[in-house]
Design a protein around this ligand. Sequence first.
Ligand SMILES: NC(=O)c1ccc[n+]([C@@H]2O[C@H](COP(=O)([O-])OP(=O)(O)OC[C@H]3O[C@@H](n4cnc5c(N)ncnc54)[C@H](O)[C@@H]3O)[C@@H](O)[C@H]2O)c1
Ligand SMILES: O=C(O)C(=O)C[C@@H](O)[C@H](O)[C@H](O)COP(=O)(O)O
Ligand SMILES: [Zn+2]
Length: 356
Amino acid sequence: MNQYSIPSTGYDVFFDDTLAELGAFIRTNRYTKILILTDRNTAIHCLPVFQSAMPGFEGYDVIEVDPGEENKNIDFCVGIWKMMLDFGADRQSLMINLGGGVVTDMGGFAASTFKRGIDFVQVPTTLLSQVDASVGGKTGIDMDNVKNIIGTFAQPKAVFIAAKFLETLDNRQLVSGFAEVIKHGLIADEAFYEKVKGLDAVALSLEHIKHSVVIKNDVVTQDPFEKGLRKILNFGHTIGHAIEGYSLANDSKPLLHGEAIAVGMICEAYLAHRINGLDDDALADIIRTFRMHFPDYQYGQEIYAQLIALMKNDKKNTGHHIGFALLNKIGACDIDVFVEEGLIKESLDFYRELVG
Ligand SMILES: NC(=O)c1ccc[n+]([C@@H]2O[C@H](COP(=O)([O-])OP(=O)(O)OC[C@H]3O[C@@H](n4cnc5c(N)ncnc54)[C@H](O)[C@@H]3O)[C@@H](O)[C@H]2O)c1
Ligand SMILES: O=C(O)C(=O)C[C@@H](O)[C@H](O)[C@H](O)COP(=O)(O)O
Ligand SMILES: [Zn+2]
């Protein structure tokens, strides 16, 4: 039985630990073939939960990929497309993406391009994918450490959020997802930010998850193709994605997405303070919050050229100008703020000296 749902852009986001709505969706839609995309970890921890929620439902094939951001690329996508062919998927087939943001992004991309697009649903199993990645229809893969540079806007047929999946998620992954929860408060809802900023990620309740999704969904339903408002969801990501891409290429234990954008949000809060009216207290509060939850990231000035080169691929850029979404206060964010390289480097210095 459905406990709670939110209408999005032509589909619903269901919150339901029993996955009963997913069962009903499958029964009602009579797909010719059902494929479930997992990674190795969600095959172990989440597929059995899915199977026990749907006893007797056996008519599906499973495609399993290696876990992790380093595998969110065209090679794995080709592997997925080949498996879809091998399993005989046609245009009336359904792809169920059962996993974190890597699986929902790459599975959504693979489904939205296979035979020019087949139906897919998102069953997010990490905090990050529940509060952010599964909602809004951004799908994609990375290339040459440039994040999400190939992709589509493609809406799922539904999103099914079962918080019980989080029981097997490790603490580092929970905290990574918490970065996007905090971001949602910072860009759009000061009271929510105040409520969650001091919590432990493991103490987040279903209500916090729902509210975070409501904030994201409110933005993406107003601007599904990121023509304007939706860019606020990218606060922290111009610098954060560059740091994430750099870390993926260079670190033996790369930063997770949430960890990287936490660094990015501190740098971009600094930029907001310098040029967009964010006051001293707000900057200090944001720094305190992220440093309380996230590990410091050490880097030297010698990596700035690589970071700037990565930022030059940001999708919010216009011509040679690097685009940002910057807070003007906690709970409000401006878009299309273009910042020159000298000041971006100053913000990288600011973070480096802060953690140095
Ligand atoms: N499309 C969007 O709007 C959007 C939004 C935010 C982030 N993203 C993308 O999401 C990705 C990050 O997603 P993520 O943080 O979920 O990472 P992830 O998909 O890599 O999952 C993190 C790890 O947890 C494991 N895992 C997943 N569910 C589990 C469970 N229930 N129990 C145990 N282990 C489990 C995975 O196998 C993986 O090792 C990035 O690529 C980021 O760019 C997309
Ligand atoms: O949904 C959005 O829009 C977002 O920007 C959410 C981000 O948290 C997410 O990381 C997204 O994948 C970034 O998209 P990109 O277009 O900057 O690659
Ligand atoms: Zn993000």
